[in-house]
Design a protein around this ligand. Structure first.
Ligand code: SF4
Length: 366
């Protein structure tokens, strides 16, 4: 398979190469918040540019000229804002609720990323500095729920809150203590746990003491496919090896098999991945293991964009003869594998998983 060179080392060992903040776009009110001042102090050399809204920065969003500098912008630019809507929202599948965002955007540039699909062009990390309001909102919402008396798909006993919908918390932790504060909050709440998916290995998180109240989901693809699609992320082997360390540090660690991409030899790729997992995980990590399986969702817009900067990815992602249109919950026009095709693919995937990792319970597959 054709690959593109990595621009960063695997994992988060040398943050300067993954995140080297030179420019900070910030809303004027950011400095009124303690978290905002902390972050500005953390990057004293960065050029500061005041903007009226974190969401509308013409130099970044919808600027086709920025696409050529996609990776550089993600490494060198940070956006700071104040989150206006701090409500928790109901959800389903991997979580009961989506917590208000403490960040969006990412330093990585995965070819299938729906965050990029929604924001277009460069989407560096935006960090929200009103973390106190965000924590208060989650706490009030969780306490209103009372104890969980009826199990859901997300968890049998605790209300689950997704804290990484449009971001990767492991990288956000390089910018501020927002993720540490959230892990602290969920450790104290009597009836809830946090969850987020990640493609990075940030060992700083090992010191956060989650006491089982944060569920981290490592996203995993077959290594050969990941080398093409997961741009600027940790290597698959590094993520797999880290599972035991995060379990030992008090995290519940699950796996996110997504996106599953159908291509020649795809099941052989998964057989290789499952062998990697089976060899690496301790009995303790295996005993708590669960997974979710999510087949690829793509879009014509992402296809057009990817062709301009990463055409090799499109050889895997763009399969119009096998894909059909689908309107997302947010109203976007997406593409997914045709129902008749996907039914068979899901069955084949689950059969292989059950054979190779029989201890891994599947929360859902679609
Ligand atoms: S790590 Fe997640 S949020 Fe970041 S680019 Fe990849 S898919 Fe998107």
């Amino acid at each position: 398979m054709e690959t593109i060179p990595r621009t960063t080392p695997v994992g988060i060992g040398r943050p300067g190469r993954l995140l080297d903040v030179r420019t900070i776009f910030h809303e004027p009110a950011v400095a009124e918040h303690a978290r905002g001042r902390e972050i500005l102090d953390r990057f004293p050399e960065a050029r500061r540019i005041a903007v009226p809204s974190h969401w509308n920065i013409p130099a970044l969003h919808g600027n086709p000229a920025a696409e050529a500098d996609w990776a550089t912008i993600k490494r060198t630019t940070l956006v700071l804002g104040v989150k206006k809507d701090v409500a928790c929202r109901p959800f389903y599948r991997s979580t009961d609720f989506v917590a208000p965002s403490h960040a969006n955007g990412c330093t990585a540039a995965c070819a299938y990323c729906y965050v990029a699909r929604r924001k277009g062009s460069a989407n560096p990390i935006t960090t929200f500095v009103n973390i106190g309001q965000i924590l208060d909102s989650i706490q009030r919402h969780a306490l209103r729920q009372g104890m969980k008396l009826t199990p859901t798909q997300a968890d049998p006993a605790l209300w689950v809150y997704e804290i990484g919908t449009n971001n990767d918390c492991a990288v956000d932790a390089l910018v501020s203590d927002n993720v540490r504060d959230l892990v602290d909050l969920f450790r104290r709440l009597p009836n809830a746990k946090a969850t987020f998916a990640t493609k990075f290995v940030n060992r700083d998180l090992l010191g956060y003491d989650p006491q089982g109240r944060t569920r981290l989901r490592f996203s995993l693809l077959p290594p050969d496919v990941s080398r093409i699609l997961d741009v600027r992320t940790a290597a698959i082997a590094d993520r797999v090896v880290a599972v035991d360390d995060f379990v030992a540090a008090g995290y519940e660690v699950n796996l996110n098999f997504g996106p599953v991409v159908y291509a020649d030899g795809w099941l052989e790729g998964y057989a290789e991945l499952f062998a990697l997992i089976d060899d690496a995980l301790s009995p303790r990590a295996k005993a708590q293991l669960q997974a979710e399986v999510i087949f690829l969702t793509h879009s014509e817009r992402a296809h057009e964009l990817n062709l301009r900067w990463h055409p090799a990815a499109e050889k895997l992602l763009w399969r119009p003869e096998l894909q059909e249109g689908k309107t997302s919950q947010a109203g976007g026009e997406n593409l997914r594998y045709r129902r008749d095709v996907k039914r068979g693919l899901v069955s084949e995937f689950l059969a292989l998983l059950a054979d190779r990792l029989p201890y891994c319970r599947v929360r859902y597959a679609f």
